[in-house]
Design a binder for this molecule. Structure first.
Ligand code: GLA
Length: 385
């Protein structure tokens, strides 16, 4: 693999040794947005775009990690009892190390070189790919067997407790468990996963708006809090609910008097989105692409109007995409406030789609979008040099 080969050569120049190489992918989510931290359902696929880690163990308890993306090196002491986050890319590395250490995994020191072809901040889970690739690589060179689900949990905890982003588990789990040519239906409560095949007559096409709005992480945490408030308020009348996963669209309508705005709309999005995921899976399995596309479109409207995590550029990209013949549906994907859309497009129409959407979005915004069709790939693992 040329990327691995180049990375090994760079590593040898920088550290004077031969490394092992590991890779963890980013993701695109077809439907099921802001449902993971509500213990609901998601339907992501792992991308071919990924973060690569070249690594060789050291004889001490230090990490020397260089990021090619940021052209910066950090030194980390594995015995530092209380490291602090500094709003820096290395927080993801330190967070994972700390979480694994606290879980009793004795990691070795290592020299690490990190390279990625995932755009940073584009909503394709570059952070999860960084966490998972570093965690997997460090455990591997430390001789610790990796349980992919346990690793996903540790990486999610690193992001929640060290970085301060209260994300759900979708991104880390698909980066650990992705399956080539498949979407994965994930139950974010039980972590049960079911592969869902994509009909070869259609492609998932990602369009990057090339914008990222400031609101992304603060509003994300606020939305999560609003969902928790919804559960607390509904608990007054609905016994035994632990998360919005346990609430139906009918409950939200019936107990509307308990839910002030905007909590009521936030709840409506989550409970409706959970149903849409299951309906979309049934539609894909029945090769009903028209229905699947309709659900994707409804998801976008709900994220835009009820959950309020879209933005002008995402709405525009979706609108342009939907006007192209051969498109079944289009929506924002990921956390929102910029980043990417995903469209379900007839495979034969992908070239025309790429050209038309690229031209129209550029004409309207002055920005040249990155557009690509995905071939769902596999989860984290070693790469042969
Ligand atoms: C981000 C988070 C995920 C998920 C999505 C929204 O990508 O990291 O856990 O909540 O937003 O679906």
């Amino acid at each position: 693999m040329p990327i691995a080969h180049d990375l090994a050569a760079q590593f040898a120049r920088r550290f004077g040794r031969t490394p092992r190489i590991f890779r963890a992918p980013g993701r695109v989510n077809l439907i099921g947005e802001h449902t993971d931290y509500n213990e609901g359902f998601v339907l992501p696929a792992a991308l071919e775009l990924a973060t690569y880690v070249a690594i060789a163990p050291r004889g001490d308890r230090r990490l020397c990690a260089h990021s090619c993306t940021f052209d910066a090196t950090v030194k980390i002491d594995l015995d530092d009892p209380a490291p602090t986050a500094r709003k820096h890319w290395s927080d993801y590395v330190v967070g994972v190390v700390l979480t694994l250490d606290r879980a009793g995994q004795r990691l070795t020191g290592a020299d690490i070189l990190i390279w990625s072809d995932l755009p940073v901040g584009a909503g394709l889970s570059s952070s999860a790919a960084l966490e998972v690739s570093v965690g997997y690589a460090l455990m591997s060179v430390s001789g610790i067997p990796v349980d992919p689900i346990a690793l996903a949990r540790s990486c999610r905890s690193a992001e929640n407790d060290f970085v301060g982003m209260r994300c759900g588990i979708m991104d880390q789990l698909i980066s650990c468990c992705g399956l080539a040519d498949h979407l994965l239906l994930i139950d974010c409560r039980s972590l049960d996963m079911r592969p869902v095949r994509i009909d070869p007559s259609v492609s998932l096409v990602v369009c990057n708006t090339m914008v990222r709005h400031e609101l992304a992480s603060s509003t994300y945490n606020l939305r999560r809090h609003e969902c928790e408030q919804g559960v607390a308020l509904l608990s007054d009348r609905l016994g035994g609910i632990a998360a919005l996963r346990d609430v139906t669209p009918r409950d939200v309508a019936t107990y509307a008097d308990l839910l002030p705005e905007p909590i009521s709309r936030r709840c409506r999005h989550v409970v409706g989105e959970n149903m849409r995921v299951l309906e979309a899976v049934a539609a894909l399995e029945a090769s009903d692409l028209v229905l699947c596309g309709r659900l994707i479109n409804q998801s976008h409207v709900s994220l835009r109007d009820d959950y309020e995590v879209s933005c002008t550029e995402l709405d525009l990209m979706v609108e342009i995409a939907r006007s192209v013949p051969g498109v079944y549906g289009s929506r924002m994907t990921g956390g929102g406030f910029g980043g990417c859309t995903v469209s379900l497009v007839e495979t034969e129409a992908v070239d025309r789609f790429t050209e038309t959407v690229g031209r129209a979005y550029h004409a309207a915004t002055g920005k040249a979008p990155q557009i690509f069709a995905c071939s769902p790939g596999s989860g984290v693992g070693p790469v042969c040099i």
